[in-house]
Design a protein around this ligand. Sequence first.
Ligand code: SAH
Ligand code: AVI
Length: 328
Amino acid sequence: MDRILEDVVEVRSHLGPDDERTLADDVLDGLTRPLKELPPKHFYDARGSELFDAICELPEYYQTRTERSILEAHADDIVARTGAVELVELGSGSATKTRVLLDAMQEAGTLARYVPVDVSASTVHAVAELLADEYAGLSVYGLVADFERHLEYLPEDVGPRLMAFLGGTIGNFPPGSRRRFLRSLGKRLGADGYLLLGTDLVKEPRVIEAAYNDSAGVTAQFNLNVLHVLNRELEADFDVEAFEHVAFFDREREWIEMRLRAREPQHVRVEALDLEVDFASREELRTEISAKFTRERLRGDLAAAGLELVELFTDPDELFALSLARPA
Ligand code: SAH
Ligand code: AVI
């Protein structure tokens, strides 16, 4: 990093020993239940983040390119309506679509600060340096943090704030905590801030299922990667090859479930927790839900979180939606 970059880039990490505890608690909790389950945030070590980026390029994974096209069509309008001078992005990952918003803010002459927030330290560091380098005068304040637990560490706003939560990641929350989480975001928008929320929409199940069962098997690797994380971080001895990727659309709940299914009975030891776990043949471990939305569900969730839907942008095929909302 050169002198100039040192002045405008700051990255703070709020992940520490407590977070190893979170993984340990999640594993202890999730693997000892009758229906085994792990929260999806543990997918995203450096390898998991790379695999997610590869998913975004897959022909079957329509979400990323569709959300980008919506951003391209409406970023100028979003920036004009919000007057945003700073962009806070939750679960920013490698922030590829973010540039569309930053370009529009730069064009409008308002761009002052970008605040990426992600549990994946490698992506926050890489993005912070890259974007500060690409956008002259941009101040970047990166947070390596868990957005469910560390929103209090967001810096004070420096003017109208746009908080973006893109990619459909809100769909990875179970319904109850989804609304609670949205409410907590509302409290961090500042006096004249807006939330820009990306959500995947309900559609033909076969299109959704194809997006999570890609023919190149990248999503399967992404799913299985969580077992590598447990092996490394908690000295577990999962035989990763003994599990297979499963993803299906639950038509009643209107969400995708990703699971890992034991091909045959498995006995696993998690050394760091002194825990023994048994899987019966074909027993499944749920690793992710990915909820799909209707306009009604979106409006209901936002209203229950004290947010008012200002505008809903979508693509011509209504595959994906971007909602602009503000405190009601
Ligand atoms: N916004 C990007 C990336 C989406 S992938 C896009 O639209 O393509 C989901 C991102 O959220 C990953 O980068 C992951 O590391 C991050 N993430 C998941 N759970 C998180 C949590 N609890 N706190 C912070 N970041 C989280
Ligand atoms: C990050 N999140 C919105 C993705 C999704 O589609 O739910 C994660 C993912 N899982 C499998 N493929 C992509």
